[in-house]
Design a protein around this ligand. Structure first.
Ligand code: R5P
Length: 294
C-alpha cells in the first residue's frame, strides 16, 4: 500500500513509512506558465487502498491535495484515505453572521467529491466539523500524549487544568481525568472582533496554583495570552500551555515570548518553521499516534 505525501508532510510520511508497511508513493507536481498545477502519479494504484497525507495550511496546498486525490481516483485507486493532521478552515464551521459561508462544510464536500472515502484527522475543532466529514472519519485524540508528558515533566501537586473558553471545556475535563484527576477551571472568552480575544473576569481562589491551559490550537496566541494575564491577576504560580495545533500566525511568537508562560507544548500537526521554534516551545511528534491507526 502507498502513502502519498505533499511536500509539507514529507518528514512525517518518512517517519510513518519506517514504522509501517506503507511505501512512499511517487508523484511529480509542477506549475504551468499560467500558474496552474500539473500533477502525475508514478505508481500503479489500480484496485489499491492508498493514503494521502498533507497539511492544508495554505490554500495552494488544498488545491494540490485535491488534484492528487483526483489523480488517484482517475487511475483506479479502490479506497482513498486522506490524513489531515490539521483540518484547515475548521473554525469556519457555522454561519456566524448574516452573509457568512460555512467553509469547513465546503472543504469537506470538496474532498469527498474529489474521491476521498475516509478521513483521518487529529483533534478536529468541533462536532460540526466531525459531522461534515462523516460517515468515514477517524479523529485521533492527542491528550494521552500530553498526559504522559505532563506526568514525566510537571508536578501535579497544587495544579489545575484550565480551559480558556467553552470550546475547550470537554478537552480540559478529559485531560484532567487522565491526570489523577485534577480540578478544572473553565474561563469565558468573547471576541469583540475577529482575531481578538478577551477573557472575562472570574471569581475563584487559585492563588499559588500551577496551571495547565489546554486548547486545540494557538493561532495568533490572543486566547492563551489573554488567559495567562487574567490568571496572573489571580496570582497563580507557573503556567504551562498544551495545545495540539501550533499555527502561530502574525503576532503569536512575540506574544508568547512576552507572556508569563513557562512552557508551550505543541504537536507537529502543523508545519512550524525553524524561526518559530523558540526556547519556550516544545514540539511533540504526532507520528506515533497516526502510526497506530495505519
Ligand atoms: C477557538 O475556538 C479555538 O479553539 C482557539 O481558542 C482559537 O482559535 C485560538 O486562536 P488565537 O490563538 O488567535 O486566539
Amino acid at each position: 500500500m502507498y502513502i502519498f505525501a505533499l511536500k509539507n508532510a514529507k518528514q512525517l510520511s518518512r517517519q510513518i513509512c519506517k514504522k509501517t508497511k506503507l511505501r512512499l508513493g511517487l508523484f511529480k507536481a509542477k506549475r504551468f506558465s499560467d500558474g496552474e498545477i500539473y500533477l502525475q502519479i508514478k505508481n500503479e494504484v489500480k484496485g489499491q487502498k492508498v493514503f494521502i497525507l498533507g497539511s492544508t495550511c495554505q490554500d495552494k496546498n488544498i488545491l494540490e491535495f485535491l488534484i492528487l486525490i483526483n489523480a488517484l481516483k482517475e487511475n483506479g485507486a479502490k479506497k482513498i484515505t486522506a490524513i489531515f493532521p490539521y483540518f484547515s478552515y475548521s473554525r469556519q464551521d457555522k454561519k456566524d453572521r448574516l452573509g457568512a459561508p460555512i467553509t469547513a462544510k465546503l472543504m469537506a464536500n470538496l474532498f469527498k467529491q474529489a474521491g476521498v472515502n475516509q478521513f483521518i484527522t487529529v483533534d478536529i475543532h468541533s462536532q460540526r466539523d466531525k459531522d461534515y466529514l462523516k460517515p468515514k472519519l477517524i479523529n485521533l485524540d492527542p491528550l494521552p500524549i500530553f498526559a504522559n508528558y505532563i506526568k514525566k515533566n510537571i508536578s501535579l501537586k497544587n495544579t489545575i487544568i484550565v480551559a480558556p473558553d467553552n470550546g475547550a471545556r470537554n478537552r480540559a475535563f478529559k485531560l484532567a481525568k487522565l491526570l489523577d484527576p485534577l480540578p478544572v477551571l473553565v474561563m469565558q472568552k468573547i471576541r469583540p472582533q475577529q482575531n481578538m480575544a478577551k477573557i472575562l473576569k472570574f471569581k475563584k481562589n487559585i492563588i499559588g496554583k500551577n496551571v495547565i491551559i489546554t486548547d486545540d490550537m494557538i493561532d495568533t496566541a490572543g486566547t492563551i495570552c489573554a488567559a495567562c494575564h487574567e490568571l496572573k491577576e489571580h496570582k497563580v504560580k507557573d503556567i504551562y500551555i498544551f495545545t495540539t495545533h501550533g499555527i502561530l500566525s502574525g503576532p503569536a511568537i512575540e506574544r508568547i515570548k512576552k507572556a508569563p508562560i513557562k512552557q508551550v507544548v505543541l504537536t507537529d500537526t502543523y508545519p512550524i518553521p525553524k524561526e518559530k521554534r523558540i526556547k519556550k516551545i516544545k514540539i511533540l511528534p504526532i507520528a506515533p499516534l497516526l502510526i497506530k491507526e495505519l
